[in-house]
Design a protein around this ligand. Structure first.
Ligand SMILES: [Zn+2]
Length: 110
């Protein structure tokens, strides 16, 4: 399957929440069924711990920060060769499918 973005890639956020725009981070999780990715340090949400449980208030009311998934159309791959956010092409050589940077034509997976 032709996947433009893979786990471990560095991506740049091209749209979405303004504080995340232009941010870069590593893809730490893929959610292929939703076409979403989780990017380290991007799209941070807070979840409050310590909901009441069985009518008893919990003392631990900490806040857990986590990265929420982003739709894959809101991110662009950062080419490891030229360090620019780029569109991705594909090339097949010797039966191996490689991703090609549209900016510098480098083989991203080489
Ligand atoms: Zn490049």
């Amino acid at each position: 399957m032709k996947q433009k973005i893979r786990k471990g890639d560095t991506v740049e956020i091209i749209s979405g929440r303004s504080e995340d725009k232009k941010k870069r981070g590593e893809v730490i999780r893929m959610i292929p069924t939703e076409s979403r990715v989780v990017v380290q340090g991007v799209n941070i949400r807070s979840r409050h711990k310590g909901q009441t449980q069985a009518g008893r208030r919990q003392i631990d009311a900490g806040i857990v920060k986590f990265e929420a998934p982003i739709h894959i159309s809101n991110v662009m791959l950062v080419c490891p060769k030229c360090n620019k956010a780029t569109r991705v092409g594909f090339s097949r050589e010797n039966g191996k499918l490689s991703r090609i940077c549209k900016k510098c034509n480098a083989d991203i997976d080489a």
